[in-house]
Design a protein around this ligand. Structure first.
Ligand code: TYD
Ligand code: MG
Length: 454
């Protein structure tokens, strides 16, 4: 019988190797490699054990069972991002940059869920109870039925939760928690992983929902909550630009609802306020139509959102021209510049290009291609697009324009906000024009010719 090979892994970064060494090759940590003892890695011939799990045919599963009722916080923006309220016994991770407003959001959410009848405990590992209470005062939540705890030792927290038996526990933040049976420092990957594992499995066992707060750093990791993402049902990111008051809560993974859903909030002196009409907010900073500014009608999750794409194109003083993007994908910008050059004969060599999505929004849809191309051309030609016009459509490498999904919703949202015309790809089925006059284009060359007369 083949001998099962032992594996080793690093307790600091999780890297798996086949041999022991004094220093981890991946992260450079000393004395962090230990042998993994897998269940099936026992001596040859030894049985795995007698107990077995039971497999059931999918068709035998009863469809009679109704799903457990979800709890609505009453904050529509939060409930929608959760997929329609909080699912009992679910585990949720809320990640975001330090200082973006996670503790504020979750304290407000805790108060709302408690108000909706859930027994809620808020455990802060970062602030003392008195500080949390001061924040609650500022948010006008001193009367909320939320139990507060200030602890970092995982064993104590689990004991507290076992006694209190809440239906919802909020842990702020997972980086401050430490399990005394794990050797490394709080905030290290193995501590974060151990704490998240203990808390989520405790929650599943006891039928309690748990919300874990996790800090991410700008460059992604440093014991970031990435290791936790696999253990939870739902991953939400709280994003926003420091200088802006808008905050976006985005679902990136959700076992109980659509991913890519967003909730929009505004940070005010008395906490986060919901923004129920984000299109109006993102366009509110718009003045008269200017060269380089184009309104894109996008879809975020289940909801259409209008955003302004801004471009600036200027001769470069440097040997190498700059390409700078905020809120969109840099390689997608490079592709569009290449298509404009190769298919339409419009060069951007020697020109600095800046692209910005207004209001701190992040757009990831390919449907924004045409709006980006329009903004770039408008900036380059110093000519504004016709006023009250929205643009959407995907650009292929051949320069052809491809129709995109949910066109009618995009058009309706634009009509609602007072737009009167739209530039869209030809072809594809479009069940209605939402009341806008449509300018349909087959390819980028036609668009350039018609809009900029080049
Ligand atoms: P916080 O929730 O502590 O951020 P995080 O938990 O993500 O680190 O929020 C920090 C910022 O929010 C802080 O700079 C102050 C600001 N803030 C307001 O503007 N209004 C408020 O009502 C509160 C409570 C905070
Ligand atoms: Mg905080």
């Amino acid at each position: 019988m083949a001998k099962t090979k032992a594996t080793f892994s690093c307790t600091a970064c999780g890297n798996v190797t086949t041999k022991w060494s004094g220093r981890c090759e991946a992260c450079g940590e000393w004395n962090s490699i230990s042998e993994d003892s897998g269940i099936s890695a026992g001596p040859a011939g030894k049985s795995l054990g007698d107990a077995r799990g039971r497999a059931v045919a999918l068709s035998d599963l009863s469809t009679e069972e109704t799903p457990p009722p979800r709890t609505h916080s009453g904050m529509d923006e939060l409930d929608r991002v959760l997929g329609g309220g909080l699912v009992p016994a679910s585990a949720i991770l809320v990640g975001g940059d330090p200082g973006i407003g996670k503790s504020t959001l979750l304290l407000q959410a805790a108060a709302r869920f408690a108000g909706a009848g859930l027994k809620t405990v808020y455990i802060s590992g970062e602030e003392a109870s008195a500080q949390v209470r001061m924040r609650a005062q500022r948010l006008g939540l001193t009367q909320a039925e939320v139990r507060l705890g200030a602890e970092t030792n995982l064993r104590d927290i689990l004991t507290t939760l076992d006694q209190e038996r809440p239906q919802l526990a909020i842990i702020d933040s997972i980086q401050t928690m430490w399990a005394d049976n794990v050797g490394s420092a709080p905030g290290s990957v193995s501590q974060v992983r151990a704490a998240a594992h203990e808390l989520t499995s405790f929650a599943k066992r006891k039928g309690m929902s748990v919300i874990l707060v996790g800090h991410v750093t700008k460059d992604g990791q440093i014991a970031g909550p990435r290791v936790v993402e696999h253990m939870v049902d739902t991953v939400l990111y709280f994003e926003g630009e420091r200088g802006h008051q808008f905050r976006i809560l985005r679902a990136v993974k959700n076992r109980f609802g659509p991913a890519d859903e967003i909730g929009v909030f505004e940070m005010t002196g008395s906490g986060l306020q919901e923004v129920l009409n984000p299109s109006a907010l993102f366009l509110s900073e718009r003045g008269t139509p200017a060269p380089g500014s184009v309104v894109f009608s996008g879809i975020e999750g289940t909801r259409p959102v209008l955003v302004e794409m801004q471009a600036l194109v200027a001769p470069t003083p440097h040997a190498q021209a700059r390409r700078s993007v905020v809120g969109w994908d840099g390689s997608r910008l490079a592709m569009i510049l290449a298509v404009l050059e190769a298919r339409c004969g419009i060069p951007f060599a020697g020109l600095d290009v800046y692209l910005n999505v207004a209001g701190g929004m992040k757009v990831s849809e390919p449907a924004a291609d045409l709006a980006v191309a329009a903004a770039l051309l408008s900036a380059r030609e110093d000519a504004a697009l016709p006023p009250e016009t929205v643009v959407f459509g995907e650009i292929s490498l051949s320069g052809a324009l491809r129709p995109v999904g949910q066109s009618e919703n995009r058009l309706k949202e634009a009509a609602k906000l007072g737009f009167t015309s739209a530039i869209v790809p030809e072809g594809g089925k479009m069940s209605g024009n939402g009341g806008l006059s449509l300018n349909r284009m087959a390819d980028l060359t036609a668009f350039v010719g018609e809009t900029f007369g080049a």
